[in-house]
Ligand binder design. Structure first.
Ligand SMILES: Cc1ncc(COP(=O)(O)O)c(C=O)c1O
Length: 403
């Protein structure tokens, strides 16, 4: 069992910079997230090998644990920030502002002020008011305009929440330039857990159209995150397939009509694929009962202790029941969380089968749970604490990885 958390100074902006449940106590109770740091390092190296031409900017939101940030920073990752809390967490992890970019197009003046004060100079935008805000508070900053792309194939699509058309992107780049900002790049995110490599091809085609409309090459292309990991039973494309799609589309679109050759600096912002497989969420069965002819299994973890991505059954985790032999007889269940909320049902429709003799006190493990879990946990719904993270190996004994 590893130790939890790390010694830290106060966050620079006086906010909570990470999920607050961590302490130096060892956590053996359930629920808990067991996170294997060497697995994060392996995933990072695999990503870099698959797409060596890209600057890899870790999407902090996937898992902002200080040990994860310190590890990835040591391995040479840049970071994609969404908030002042994430900025603080990265500053505390010793990440240089030159390796940070603010990827969230939705920001308050206070966010921009904090980022500028810390030395962040790269921002993503997708709206005229936001460009104007950046021009006012971050003059001279490098601006990347986010394109809205078709995110079919994503398990958790953005569904139009972010991004503009190629024409809109060209207009925002021009507005940024006129306002004294540097029209630095174009970007898109094909939707998280994207299982169709063609989504990156579509995004790159849209970026090329934006360059054509803008009439000049921009320095950077950000192909977002979205790289999938193995949730559920179905196959997902491997990193090589996604990298090949990116590389192929860049080559196919290198010649931009009226502009010439476009060879942008490539940035990728993986989150899930770097940390998901490093995490196992360990839970315990609280109750098993029959309701309307179905077997309901209630766990001590649910939607509000970190399993937010089960909403709409978007992400179906692989489950393991260590107390039961692999060949144990299994049957379908409805899997539910422990709170009084009717929404706190993880899976009603997904084909989830658990051992027929599963009983209160038995352990159920969620595999591939290192991403978008601990940071999603509520601070205390129904009086239940946020999900603690147990780091392996214990931080004090972990040699810091570099390179
Ligand atoms: C701007 C941005 N970049 C990167 C990511 C990471 O995506 P993923 O975890 O799918 O790799 C996200 C996730 O929401 C995002 O919003």
């Amino acid at each position: 069992m590893g130790a939890v958390g790390a010694q830290r100074a106060a966050p620079p902006h006086g906010r909570v910079a990470e999920p607050p449940a961590d302490s130096d106590d060892r956590v053996t109770a359930t629920p808990r997230l067991e996170l294997d740091l060497p697995a994060v390092a392996r995933a990072f190296r695999a990503f870099r090998e698959a797409l060596p031409e890209a600057e890899v900017a870790y999407a902090v939101k996937a898992n902002p644990h200080p040990e994860v940030l310190a590890l990835l920073a040591g391995l040479g990752a840049s970071v994609d920030l969404a908030s002042v809390g994430e900025l603080d967490a990265c500053l505390l992890a010793g990440i240089a502002p030159a390796r940070m970019s603010w990827g969230n197009p939705v920001k308050k003046p206070a966010d921009v002020r904090a980022a500028v004060a810390a030395g962040v100079t790269r921002f993503t935008t997708d709206a005229t008011d936001d460009v104007d805000l950046l021009a006012r508070l971050a003059p001279g900053a490098a601006v990347t305009v986010r394109l809205g792309v078709d995110d079919d194939g994503s398990a958790t699509p953005f569904a139009g929440k972010f991004g503009v058309t190629p024409d809109g992107a060209a207009a925002l780049l021009a507005r940024a330039r006129a306002a004294g900002l540097h029209p630095h790049g174009l970007g898109f995110h094909p939707g998280s857990q994207q299982t169709d490599p063609d989504a990156w091809r579509r995004g790159i085609a849209a970026a090329t159209r934006a360059v054509e409309r803008f009439g000049a090459p921009v320095a950077e292309l950000n192909v977002g995150g979205g790289f999938p990991t193995r949730h559920g039973a179905g196959p997902v494309p491997d990193l090589t397939a996604c990298a090949d799609a990116i590389r192929g589309a860049l080559a196919a679109h290198a010649a931009v009509p009226g502009v010439g050759t476009w060879r942008p600096h490539l940035v990728a912002e993986p989150g899930r694929v770097l940390v998901a497989d490093a995490g196992v969420l360990v839970a315990e069965v609280v109750l098993v009962t029959e309701r309307a002819g179905r077997r309901w299994v209630y766990l001590d973890v649910g939607r509000y202790q970190g399993l937010a991505e089960t909403e709409g059954e978007m992400i179906v985790y692989r489950l393991r029941t260590p107390g039961h032999p692999p060949g144990a007889a299994r049957g379908p269940v409805v899997l539910a969380g422990p709170t009084c909320d009717g929404d706190d049902v993880l899976y009603r429709h997904a084909d989830v089968r658990l051992p027929l003799d599963l009983a209160p006190g038995d352990v159920v493990e969620f595999l591939g749970a290192g991403a978008y879990t601990a940071s999603y946990a509520s601070v205390g719904f129904n009086g239940l604490p946020p999900l603690p993270t147990v780091i392996h190996p214990a931080p004090d004994h972990a040699p810091r990885e570099t390179g």
